[in-house]
Design a binder for this molecule. Structure first.
Ligand code: NAD
Length: 264
C-alpha cells in the first residue's frame, strides 16, 4: 500500500488558477500528499487564501499572482519557484474560463479569449516549466481538459475546441518528453459545481430559454452516478496522476465525469 500523505514528499507543485474551485481543491490534495504548492493565480486574494489553507495542511505554500496568458508572467513564475524551492516536479494547468454562445454568435474576440486562456496558455506554461523538469529528469504535467474536449456541444463551440486542443497537446507533449522522464496527462471532468458551473448554468440556461436551476437539474439527472461532481472528485485523480502511482501512465485524457462519456 502506498503511504498516503508522503508520496509527494519533497516535491514541488505549481497549480495555475488555484485560487478557487478545482484548482483550490487540487492545491490542497497535493499538499495532503506531501508536496509544497505554488498557487499561480490571476486573483491575488484567491491565491493568498488557498496558500493559507495549504499551510494549514502542513505544507509550504507560495501565492504567486500570475496571468497565465502572459509569457513574461510565466517566465517570472518559473524563476521565482526555482529561486524559492529549487525544483518543479508537478505542473497542474488548471486556469480556465468559460463562455456560451451559439455558433452563429461567436465573435473573433470570444474565440481568441477562450483559446488564449484555455489552450495557448496551457502550452506556454508547459513550455516554460519543461526545461526545469528535463534537467531534473523527472516531472508530471496534468492539464485540465473537459468532457467538452471529447464531445460536441451546440452552445459553447470555442470552449470545446479549446479543451480538444488540450487533449491533443497532452498527447504530443507526452510523446516528445517521455524520454526525459516526464509524464503528461489530462483529466476530463463533467459537471463540477464551482463558480464556473454557476456561469455555465446561467449562460447555457439563457441560450436555451430555461433558468440556471432548471439547467443544473436536467444536467444532474443525466449523470449515470446520479449526482453533480465535486472539485474534490477531480482533485483526487489529479493527485494520482501527479504521483508515482501513475508512473506508467502518460498521454492520457482520463474522464472523471460520473460516467457521462464512455468513449475516447
Ligand atoms: P473557476 O472559474 O471556479 O476557477 C478558475 C480559476 O482560474 C479562477 O481562480 C480564476 O481566477 C483562474 N484564472 C482564470 N484566468 C486566469 C489567468 N489568465 N491566469 C491565471 N489564473 C486564471 O473554474 P473551475 O470550475 O474550478 O475550473 C477549473 C478548470 O477545470 C478549468 O480549466 C475548467 O475549464 C475545467 N473544467 C471545469 C468544469 C466544471 O464543470 N466546473 C468541467 C470541466 C473542466
Amino acid at each position: 500500500m502506498s503511504d498516503q500523505g508522503s508520496e509527494l514528499a519533497g516535491r514541488v507543485a505549481i497549480v495555475t488558477g488555484g485560487g478557487q474551485g478545482i484548482g483550490r481543491a487540487t492545491a490542497l490534495e497535493l499538499a495532503r500528499l506531501g508536496a509544497d504548492v505554488v498557487v499561480a493565480e490571476l486573483n491575488a486574494e484567491g491565491a493568498e487564501r488557498t496558500a493559507k489553507e495549504v499551510r494549514g495542511v502542513g505544507a509550504k505554500a507560495l501565492a504567486l499572482p500570475t496571468d497565465v496568458t502572459k509569457l513574461a508572467d510565466l517566465t517570472r513564475m518559473v524563476d521565482r519557484v526555482r529561486a524559492d524551492f529549487g525544483r518543479i516536479d508537478v505542473l497542474v494547468n488548471n486556469a480556465g474560463i468559460y463562455r456560451a454562445a451559439l455558433p452563429l454568435d461567436v465573435t473573433e474576440e470570444h474565440w481568441d479569449t477562450i483559446m488564449t486562456v484555455n489552450a495557448r496558455a496551457v502550452f506556454f506554461a508547459s513550455q516554460a516549466v519543461l526545461p526545469v523538469m528535463i534537467a531534473q529528469r523527472r516531472g508530471a504535467i496534468v492539464n485540465l481538459a473537459s468532457m467538452a474536449g471529447k464531445i460536441g456541444s451546440p452552445n459553447n463551440l470555442p470552449y470545446n475546441v479549446s479543451k480538444a486542443a488540450v487533449v491533443s497537446m497532452t498527447k504530443s507533449l507526452a510523446l516528445a518528453h517521455a524520454k526525459d522522464g516526464i509524464r503528461v496527462n489530462c483529466v476530463c471532468p463533467g459537471f463540477v459545481e464551482t463558480d464556473m458551473w454557476t456561469k455555465v448554468a446561467r449562460d447555457q440556461g439563457a441560450v436555451m430559454g430555461i433558468s440556471a436551476e432548471e439547467f443544473t437539474r436536467r444536467r444532474a439527472q443525466a449523470v449515470p452516478l446520479g449526482r453533480m461532481e465535486r472539485a474534490e472528485d477531480v482533485a483526487a485523480v489529479i493527485g494520482f496522476l501527479a504521483s508515482d502511482r501513475a508512473g506508467y501512465v502518460t498521454g492520457q485524457a482520463l474522464s472523471v465525469d460520473g460516467g457521462l462519456v464512455m468513449h475516447g
